[in-house]
Write a protein that binds this ligand. Structure first.
Ligand SMILES: CCCCCCCCCCCCCCCC(=O)OC[C@@H](O)COP(=O)(O)O
Length: 187
């Protein structure tokens, strides 16, 4: 009986494990690619849940997206430590300005994301397959960074919506997700 297929199947699973032991560069890229594939897969799973629960594009879907994203840490054996959560208590509407460095930070963001928090992101995200779809369903507002006038008018619209929502400078919170700030830090 030809058992070569078992050998090749085993190699498909074993080769990455062996290469990860040998090369830290491979390990890094393998993990990043796995992370992206996981994001695409979870987005594809979360999209129908969002549509069934909330019917379309709404910030309420972010609760569902947040729950899906929070599972990613278990795939990679990660644990998050949040420092300064006492500075992150607020009653009314507010603006959160977060500093992030890569797509990996999204996991940390989702650990502390408050309910009904409308996010602003670069427009390119809309074209990221199922991730684009999930950001659309989650009510993300897109900014075209290549067209400053468009970006400005979108931001002006956001500002008007915030004024309508009674967000004043008193309720603005300047928080940072990066290390070393006085606000909130994620490790
Ligand atoms: C269920 C799995 C879902 C996975 C993805 C869900 C994502 C939902 C939240 C989206 C919020 C993302 C905020 C991104 C903000 C943004 O757009 O940052 C741009 C920066 O990077 C700078 O980019 P660059 O200059 O190209 O390095």
């Amino acid at each position: 009986m030809d058992l070569w297929w078992i050998f090749w199947l085993a190699m498909v699973f074993l080769a990455p494990l062996i290469l990860m032991e040998i090369s830290s560069t491979f390990k890094f890229h393998f993990k990043i690619i796995s992370y992206c594939i996981l994001c695409l897969t979870l987005s594809a799973l979360a999209a129908p849940v969002c549509l069934l629960k909330n019917g379309g594009r709404t910030v309420d879907n972010m609760r569902i997206i947040r729950a899906f994203v929070r599972t990613i840490k278990y795939f990679f054996g990660l644990r998050f430590k949040v420092r300064g959560l006492e500075n992150f208590q607020f009653d009314g509407p507010c603006v959160i300005i977060s500093n992030h460095q890569s797509i990996l930070d999204m996991m940390g963001l989702m650990e502390i994301l408050p309910d009904r928090c409308v996010q602003i992101a670069k427009r390119e995200l809309l074209f990221a397959g199922s991730v684009g779809l999930i950001t659309y369903l989650g009510g993300v507002i897109y900014i075209n960074r290549k067209r400053t006038s468009d970006a400005k008018s979108i931001m002006a619209g956001v500002a008007r919506a915030m004024i309508d929502d009674n967000v004043s400078s008193d309720t603005c919170m300047l928080q940072s997700l990066s290390r070393g700030s006085n606000g909130l830090s994620l490790f």
